[in-house]
Design a binder for this molecule. Structure first.
Ligand code: FAD
Length: 328
């Protein structure tokens, strides 16, 4: 295990299920391991009863490390930093990957600080040249990309943007062995304890992981009109997003906001409805695979990034789209 050629993937789970970003990180980790001639290890954490889903054991990784402790259920990033750092220090993986999710964004910098290593965040591509790992990420609201190259410190710590990497499929003929370790988390070192996790009522699909997003801007004109977006989203199995002024006006929750000061999303399909396409909005969605824009102004900047554009009144067009998709 201490050969310095292990690629670790922290697999994020929710209610015992692997989150899509966990599968994406697994696939990226396995690919990297093949390129570097290394082994891929999936790392999961949870309480004393935590188990490993088949999607992980059958993903083709060589091994699975399950870190257990009562303080890790529900998820406690401070506890996890302690437990994870201890495992990294004793087993010395070369690379550690995790999703650039809320949990990953909390965990990765704390881990990097504790271990004294560098961190590449929100990566959209990984590349290996010789023995060197390079990672690419967008900067300046998506206007440019930079490539990181890691120095001598190990592990190379990276977070991956959700919905960019291909998800892993559970197709391995043999299940990977699971090693369970009980974490040592100093009671007095835990400055935060999670007492309860309450799921928001009527919880909708999370926009950062949705494959399709139907997003509304000020062109929706009033909060009641978001019903039209909800209806289309229901038919498409999509999440509903929003521009910032919509959120600032209290029409939608902040968790719906796409853009520089909201969420960064990379769905397969982003339908922008009555959104002008300000640079701060584009910062959060321009890496979407296909962008459809509906706007009554043919000169709206959103059309510059759109793959398909519809010029017209969004309030007329949305019901027609919903009716047509219902027929499919
Ligand atoms: P508007 O700019 O008002 O555009 C409305 C659009 O709807 C127009 O193009 C109009 O032609 C169209 N329209 C109107 N009626 C109809 C109709 N009936 N049918 C079809 N089209 C119609 N914005 C974000 O979205 N996310 C961010 O994270 C974000 N962060 C920011 C951070 C900073 C520091 C700053 C300064 C700004 C930020 N903004 C952000 C705000 C951003 O600059 C824009 O003001 C905002 O994106 C505009 O939102 P909008 O397109 O919904 O509204």
């Amino acid at each position: 295990m201490n050969d310095g050629k292990q690629i670790w993937v922290w697999v994020e789970t929710l209610a015992g299920q692997v989150k899509p970003v966990g599968l994406e990180a697994l696939h990226a980790g396995k690919t990297l391991a093949e390129q570097l001639g290394a082994t891929a290890t999936a790392v999961l954490a949870g309480g004393p009863d935590a188990t490993v889903p088949e999607a992980v054991t059958g993903s083709g990784v060589q091994q699975v490390l399950l870190i257990q402790h009562p303080h890790l259920d529900p998820h406690n990033s401070l506890g996890l930093v302690e437990a994870f750092a201890a495992q990294i220090q004793s087993r010395q993986p070369a690379v550690v990957l995790m999703g650039a999710t809320n949990h990953g964004k909390e965990l990765a910098p704390a881990l990097a600080a504790k271990l004294g290593v560098g961190l590449a965040t929100d990566c959209i591509a990984l590349d290996v040249e010789g023995d060197t790992l390079k990672a690419r990420r967008p900067v300046y609201a998506g206007k440019a990309h930079i490539t990181f190259q890691f120095g001598e410190h190990r592990p190379c710590l990276l977070t991956l943007r959700p919905n960019v990497f291909r998800p892993s499929q559970a197709t391995a003929a043999e299940a990977a062995p699971v090693e369970t370790v009980t974490a040592e988390i100093p009671e007095d070192g835990l400055r935060l304890k999670i007492k309860d996790v309450v799921q928001a009522a009527g919880r909708k699909l999370d926009i950062s992981e949705a494959r399709i997003i139907v997003s509304g801007g000020m062109g929706m004109q009033k909060p009641e009109n978001f019903r039209l977006l909800e209806e289309l989203a229901e038919v498409l199995g999509a999440a509903v997003g929003a521009s910032r002024p919509v959120v600032d006006n209290g029409w939608r929750e902040y968790s719906n906001q796409v853009g520089q000061t909201g969420r960064t999303v990379s769905p397969d399909l982003y339908i922008a409805c009555g959104i002008s396409g300000a640079v701060q909005h584009l910062a959060g969605m321009s890496s979407s695979r296909c962008i459809v824009a509906i706007n009554k102004d043919p000169n709206a900047p959103i059309f510059d990034v759109a793959d398909y554009g519809i010029v017209g009144n969004v309030l007329d067009i949305l019901p027609v789209m919903t009716a047509e998709f219902k027929k499919v």
